[in-house]
Ligand binder design. Structure first.
Ligand code: F6P
Length: 370
C-alpha cells in the first residue's frame, strides 16, 4: 500500500456520459487535495488526454489549482471534458485498410501515469469508467472511484449525483406536458434516459402523475398500456401520459436501438415514437412523442447533487489520505463509505419489482405494461 506521504500529485478524470454534479466533484477533489499540499492534474476527455496527448494544445493534462475551480460547482458538464469512446482496454484504432479495431492500451496508459509522476487517480464515472478504474488498479495504479450517473444504476451506493437533477427536470417537463395533453385529449409519450434501469422513468413518472411507466426491468405489452388509456377514457379522461425509459423492452424481447459505433456501447433510442405509434393504432387516440434525452444530462445540478458531488470528491481525497486503494466512495446515509471497486462494479442496481416505490406506484394505479 502506498503511504500517504508518498502522494504528491494526483490526477482526476471524468468518463462516460456527463452528469450534473461533475464539476462539484472536480472542485471538491482539487480543494481537498491542494489543502494537503498535493498537486492536481485534470486529464482531458476521460483518458484521451493521456493516450492522445498530441490532439491537445495543452498536451491533454491541465493543472488544477484553487483558481481553476472557482465558481464551477453550480455548472453542468465537466470542465475537463468526457468521452464514452476512450476505453483503454478496447481502444478504437484505425488499421491501414481503413477499418477499425479495438486494441488493449492498458500498459501504455499506466506508463503515461508513471511518466507524469501521477501517484494516484480519482476516476469519476459510471459502470464503464469504474470497471476501467478497477482494471487500472489491478495493473498497479492507485485508484479511487467516484460514482456518477444520471441513471442511478450503480450498485453499492444509495445515490449517484446527476440523478436528482435529471428526475427534477423530467418531472417539470412532464408537468408541462399534462396541460397540453389535456387540452388536446392526446396521449403523450415521454422518452427518458435509462439504459438498463428505469429509475428516472419511475421517479419522474410517479412524481408527475404519469398513467403508465415502461421500464427495462418489466417487459411491456402495448395492449396493457392501451387498456389503461381506454379505461381512463371510459371515466372521462381523454388524455394520458406514458413515460418510457429508453431501454424498455417489449414482451418479445425487443429493445429500440440506433446502431453501434466501434469502441462505444450500442446507442439506444426510438422507443418513444414506437410506443406512441402503437398506442395510436390500438386506441385511436392521437399521440405525440417527446424525447427528453440529453436535456436530462444538462443544466445546473440541484443542491442535492452539488452536495453529493462535493462529499464524494472530498471523500475520495480522504480515502487516498487514509491509504485506501481500489475502492469507490459510496453513499450509505448518513455517511460516505468506501466499497471495493470489484464489488461496486459486479452488478447493477435495477428497480426491484417488489420495492416500496413500485408497490406504491401500483397502489396508485400506475400501469407498467404488464
Ligand atoms: O449516462 C447514461 C446514459 O444517460 C444512458 O441512459 C444513455 O443510454 C447514454 O447515457 C447515452 O449517452 P451518449 O448519447 O452520450 O452516448
Amino acid at each position: 500500500m502506498t503511504r500517504v506521504s508518498d502522494i504528491s500529485r494526483i490526477a482526476i478524470s471524468t468518463g462516460g456520459g456527463d452528469a450534473p454534479g461533475l464539476n462539484a466533484v472536480i472542485r471538491s477533489v482539487t480543494l481537498a487535495a491542494v489543502r494537503r499540499g498535493w498537486e492536481v492534474l485534470g486529464i482531458r476527455d476521460g483518458f484521451h488526454g493521456l493516450m492522445l496527448p498530441d490532439d491537445y494544445p495543452d498536451g491533454g493534462l491541465v493543472r488544477l489549482d484553487r483558481d481553476d475551480v472557482r465558481g464551477i460547482s453550480h455548472l453542468g458538464g465537466t470542465i475537463i471534458g468526457s468521452t464514452n469512446k476512450g476505453n483503454p482496454t478496447a481502444f478504437p484504432v484505425q488499421s491501414t485498410d481503413g477499418g477499425w479495431e479495438e486494441v488493449d492500451r492498458t500498459h501504455e496508459l499506466i506508463g503515461m501515469f508513471r511518466q507524469h509522476e501521477i501517484d494516484a487517480l480519482v476516476t469519476v464515472g459510471g459502470d464503464g469508467s469504474l470497471t476501467i478504474g478497477n482494471h487500472l488498479h489491478r495493473h498497479g495504479m492507485r485508484v479511487i472511484g467516484v460514482p456518477k450517473t444520471i441513471d442511478n444504476d450503480l450498485d453499492k451506493t444509495t445515490a449517484t449525483f446527476g440523478f436528482d437533477t435529471a428526475v427534477n427536470f423530467a418531472t417539470e417537463c412532464i408537468d408541462r406536458l399534462f396541460t397540453t395533453a389535456t387540452s388536446h385529449g392526446r396521449v403523450i409519450v415521454v422518452e427518458v434516459m435509462g439504459r438498463y434501469a428505469g429509475w428516472i422513468a419511475l421517479h419522474a413518472g410517479m412524481a408527475a402523475g404519469a398513467h403508465s411507466i415502461l421500464i427495462p426491468e418489466i417487459p411491456y405489452e402495448l395492449e396493457r398500456v392501451a387498456e389503461t388509456i381506454k379505461e381512463r377514457e371510459s371515466r372521462g379522461a381523454k388524455y394520458s401520459i406514458v413515460v418510457v425509459a429508453e431501454g424498455a423492452m417489449s414482451i418479445d424481447g425487443v429493445i429500440s436501438t440506433k446502431g453501434k459505433t466501434v469502441g462505444q456501447e450500442v446507442r439506444l433510442g426510438g422507443i418513444g415514437a414506437k410506443v406512441a405509434a402503437g398506442l395510436e393504432a390500438l386506441t385511436g387516440r392521437e399521440s405525440r412523442t417527446i424525447v427528453l434525452g440529453h436535456l436530462l444530462r444538462g443544466g445546473p445540478p440541484t443542491a442535492l447533487d452539488r452536495l453529493l458531488g462535493m462529499r464524494f470528491g472530498a471523500g475520495a481525497v480522504r480515502a487516498l489520505e487514509e491509504g485506501h486503494d481500489g475502492v469507490m466512495v459510496a453513499l450509505q446515509p448518513p455517511n460516505v463509505i468506501y466499497v471495493p471497486l470489484a464489488e461496486a462494479t459486479a452488478s447493477m442496481k435495477t428497480v426491484p419489482p417488489e420495492c416500496d416505490t413500485m408497490l406504491t406506484a401500483r397502489d396508485l394505479g400506475i400501469n407498467f405494461g404488464d
